[in-house]
Design a binder for this molecule. Sequence first.
Ligand code: NAD
Length: 357
Amino acid sequence: MSEELRALRVGVLGCGQISQAGHFEACRKAMNAELYAICDVAQDLLARVVAIHAPEKAYTDYDAMLADPDVEAVIVAIADQFHVPMALKALEAGKHVLVEKPMGVSVEECEELRDAAGASGLVVQVGTEKRFDEGIAFARDFIREEMGEMIALKAWYCDSTHRYTMTDALQPVIEASEKAMRPEGNPKADLRRYYVLGHASHLLDTTRFLGGEIEAIRTRLVEKFGAYCWFSEVAFAEGSVGHLDLTIKVRMDWHEGFQVYGEHGSVIGKTYNPWYYKPSDVECFSERDGQYHRTLGADGHFFRRQVEGFAESILDGAPMRGADAEDGLAAMRAMVAMARSAETGEAVRPSEVKGGV
Ligand SMILES: NC(=O)c1ccc[n+]([C@@H]2O[C@H](COP(=O)([O-])OP(=O)(O)OC[C@H]3O[C@@H](n4cnc5c(N)ncnc54)[C@H](O)[C@@H]3O)[C@@H](O)[C@H]2O)c1
């Protein structure tokens, strides 16, 4: 790690739920980053959050934070509809960007951000923090280095009816404000869209992280008793098959995981609700030694590990361990393909979709 630039000076845009539960603490605990500035239009919320986290600077005006030459990088932690415009502004101001997932709300705007990222020479990372789950990273290393050819992958992400009871117990008290800036209309008015953007963004990123590029997806959506179930049949490159399960309001505990079958071994993973900060339990069976392999994964602070990885890429030029702009765009394409397929029943190729979910 560079000696002169040990701590990346980060400005966080947005003092909402995800910043309070994840990013502020992550920046403060990171070994190579600091919570230098925070920004929110809601003055009352900003004041309460400043009292807790004591950054060097606090801004109600995003342009003023971007004009601060000491801010080196921005975490864009605001509503999905604002991600791309505010990330583009940060790049124009010469700041590196960690943008929350989903990268944006349409293929075209994600392409614009991907292009701007490439032209800027700055680091753009998308906040799918599960790539920093040591269990999932262990599975990916095994798949790449030992498993040989993949034949099939199953992955499931099922949000529980009991999750708020759990997250209320696990997260800090979340401050809120009537003055918070929200996108026009009610994002929850269309729950299908809201759930795909919020949750399929994780499922599809983990699927690509472990299984590689998705060539086509055929989805069936069933809605019953207030629950939503998207079952998808996936074709990966090189003829491998996949089955993805996105179920929202499943009547049980948080239920997330994956199974991957390969030529020289197989992988089974159980992922916990992220706010437990407990890495996935992963077992990789290897034909090489006839043994199951697992990692302890003692460091379960995915959000801290994510910002540390982001800072390493900026300060030390380390290869990005998170999702880059191409990954963010690919996840957006896969989300749109899943939504289109659920409407028509036809298989849809992510490479051919346009528009939003
Ligand atoms: N990675 C994860 O697991 C995870 C979990 C939850 C949420 N998220 C994502 O995080 C993002 C933010 O979610 P949230 O629930 O914290 O949002 P939120 O709406 O609760 O908070 C956003 C805050 O940003 C402020 N804001 C918005 N635009 C602004 C601007 N231009 N200038 C100054 N302040 C501005 C608002 O006033 C608000 O206080 C969403 O995209 C969501 O999908 C990710």
